[in-house]
Design a protein. Structure first.
Length: 122
């Protein structure tokens, strides 16, 4: 894939969405959600799908998980934080990326979490 080329991601319907952008050695990874055809009512499924979608973006960008230096997690309710943090700690290994976690209301009532990040390609 060429730098900043549009990519058709699985489960993403927008035609002009860019999953990542490279600038020198930095790779900025766009927000991923647990959306498939719709948002699952099962929080664990949706949270897992969010990390699976982030993994697809990493692979397309040619970035390894251990090269991710910062992630931003946006969660719709504190109730889901424990599961989100558990999956983040399974997904990434030490040293963990710097993490920003925000509680935020989303436009869709079933939208639970989104994940974005920055990686350093050394």
């Amino acid at each position: 894939m060429k730098k900043n080329e549009y990519l058709v991601m699985p489960n993403v319907k927008s035609g002009n969405w860019v999953p990542f952008k490279e600038e020198d050695s930095l790779v900025f990874l766009s927000s991923q959600t647990g959306n498939t055809d719709s948002y699952s009512d099962d929080a664990k499924i949706q949270i897992q799908q969010t990390f699976d979608n982030f993994d697809v973006a990493l692979k397309e960008a040619g970035v390894k998980r251990e090269e991710v230096v910062q992630v931003t997690l946006r969660v719709s309710d504190r109730y889901y934080l424990k599961e989100v943090v558990r999956l983040k700690n399974e997904f990434f290994k030490e040293p963990f990326p710097a993490t920003i976690c925000l509680i935020q209301e989303f436009g869709h009532p079933n939208h639970i979490v989104n994940l974005s990040g920055v990686a350093y390609k050394g």
